[in-house]
Design a protein around this ligand. Structure first.
Ligand code: PAF
Length: 302
């Protein structure tokens, strides 16, 4: 089905109307109207290629605010020169249908030129929490994320913005940015959505071959192993990390980027688990880089 990008005003899909905008000026005006009418606005920024995880973010947004806006934009500034910007999976037409079906009111689908017009030269940089985990293996990645999210916040001016906890560091970095730059926006984190066998949903799962897909289960298995070790009284971060690394490397096609046991707020490594602690993983399965995380709670499940 070909959807008209510019504006789908009045088109009724499964009983719900969704408007689609491609320009900053138009979407800004629409969001302004919503605020002016006294309605609350929740925003879900995405890079598209929707799976159930994205749809859960939109459903959460639906519950929080009167109106829901999403953006679909594969943001070039958060990809390194050797990363998958060009090949990142895209399905805008399918995404718009799915978004409308879960009750999204507005979709903003800008071009790269609309977001980064000629002459663009401002970046937003968060310092401390970007210096760990993915920040180490993907230099500049979070500068791209914070820059585009700050721009999208300024364009849509939402009351609430919703992010997935699978990208735990991203959620932490955005929360920091919002606080530091006094954005008047509440940031809400939504739990990771998993396939029935435990694999965290990700657009990049589509890169995996069937054998790699099986191997990719090692991420969730290793989170479960660590959780079980903590429930048996293990508290030494090194011991937990070693067990996790061993489990992952026992699966074919895997290469560990990092296994980190760290403070859930500062993301700094901890030696001994005293309170809630983040276990965060990045693992390459074949050429696909996957991330996952969980909170280890020495005092029992939260
Ligand atoms: O999580 C994502 O999909 C992206 O990093 C985001 C937040 C949409 C910014 O491009």
């Amino acid at each position: 089905m070909q959807l008209e990008y510019h504006c789908l005003k009045g088109v009724d899909f499964k009983g719900h109307e969704m408007e689609v905008f491609r320009t900053v000026a138009e979407v800004q005006e629409k969001c302004e109207q919503i605020r002016f009418s006294g309605k609350s606005l929740a925003f879900v920024p995405t890079m598209g290629f929707f799976h159930q995880g994205h749809l859960e973010l939109m459903k959460a947004a639906r519950k929080i605010a009167d109106k829901v806006i999403i953006s679909i934009f594969v943001n070039p500034t958060q990809f390194g020169p050797t990363e998958d910007f060009e090949t990142y999976p895209r399905d805008t037409e399918g995404d718009l249908v799915k978004a409308r079906e879960v009750g999204v009111d507005i979709a903003f689908v800008p071009s790269v030129e609309e977001i980064y017009p000629e002459g663009f030269q401002t970046m937003v940089k968060v310092q401390g929490v970007t210096q760990h985990l993915c920040g180490l293996s993907r230099p500049g990645h979070f500068d791209g994320v914070t820059t585009v999210v700050a721009k999208l916040f300024n364009i849509t001016k939402p009351h609430v913005a919703v992010f997935g906890q699978k990208d735990y560091q991203q959620l932490t970095v955005i929360t920091r940015m919002v606080k530091d730059l006094n954005f008047d926006i509440k940031i809400v984190g939504v739990p990771t959505v998993r396939e029935p066998d435990g694999l965290a949903m990700s657009s990049r799962n589509s890169y995996l071959t069937p054998q790699q897909r099986k191997s990719a289960l090692c991420l969730k298995k290793s989170l479960d192993l660590a959780t079980e070790m903590v429930s048996r009284g293990k508290r030494k971060a090194d011991e937990i990390k070693r067990a996790v690394q061993e489990l992952i490397l026992n699966h074919p096609f895997t290469k560990i980027d990092y296994v980190s046991v760290c403070d859930p707020v500062t993301l700094e490594n901890v030696d001994v688990l005293r309170g809630n602690t983040l276990l965060a993983l990045a693992v390459r399965v074949g050429k696909t880089r996957l991330i996952d995380n969980c909170i280890l709670s020495p005092s029992g499940p939260e």
